[in-house]
Design a protein around this ligand. Sequence first.
Ligand SMILES: C[S@@+](CC[C@H](N)C(=O)[O-])C[C@H]1O[C@@H](n2cnc3c(N)ncnc32)[C@H](O)[C@@H]1O
Length: 236
Amino acid sequence: MTPRRTVVSDSRFRNQEANVKDYFEEIARTFDSYYREDADTKGLVGRMAHRFFRRPGLACRFDATFRLLKDIRGKHILDVGCGSGVYAIEIARRGGSVTGVDVASEMIELSRENASRAGMAQNCTFVQMDLIEFCDSTKSFDAVIAIGLFDYIKPDKQKLVLDRLFSVSTGDVVVAFPKKWVPGALARKLWFFHKKLDVYYFTRSRIRKLCQGSGRAVEYVNCGPLWCVRFYRDSF
Ligand SMILES: C[S@@+](CC[C@H](N)C(=O)[O-])C[C@H]1O[C@@H](n2cnc3c(N)ncnc32)[C@H](O)[C@@H]1O
């Protein structure tokens, strides 16, 4: 009799999508606080990591995103993985209208609260849905942003997701990609491993590969630990 082989695999990562949703449901309010002065960071290491890595990255990608989007007055923008609505509210403030979509219901609830508090609710719509489902069921937008999303998309789905974003934009697509070779990347990976999540990093050649065949020109803004990338509708 041939002995049966037992394959031992780590079931923790079997369902990255479900784990991502659970994670962001749980940390929605903490995540929202990262944009404020009184960020909810725990312990000395947490405070240091926030001060030296997270906060500068968040500030730089926020500025870079709006620099890349240029004038958005009168435009209708899709914010994919909108989180607690920080970008969506700024789009509304700058005269655009926005649809934010996020898989985590807590994030959507917070987005609505934050948009009301900011007096921007009338120009913001928030939808709780997985992005693929949403993109398959929607009409198109003047531009699409996806900030802090690709960190959690499995490599075998990254091209599909980017193609879907292109498919619902009649204009540009702006995406933030965390860099692979930066201080803090390994520590972050280990932190997420402990949270049963995988986090993915990018090189410029990986980003180029993802948009191969789209014919789009690409502009990079260097934001320290991440790239803010504008995929133009047309090639130059
Ligand atoms: C790191 S947060 C970024 C939030 C916001 N864009 C920002 O930068 O403040 C990533 C967000 O993407 C959402 N997300 C992850 N996978 C998603 C998916 N497949 N469909 C929709 N939202 C998703 C998460 O729920 C989370 O709120």
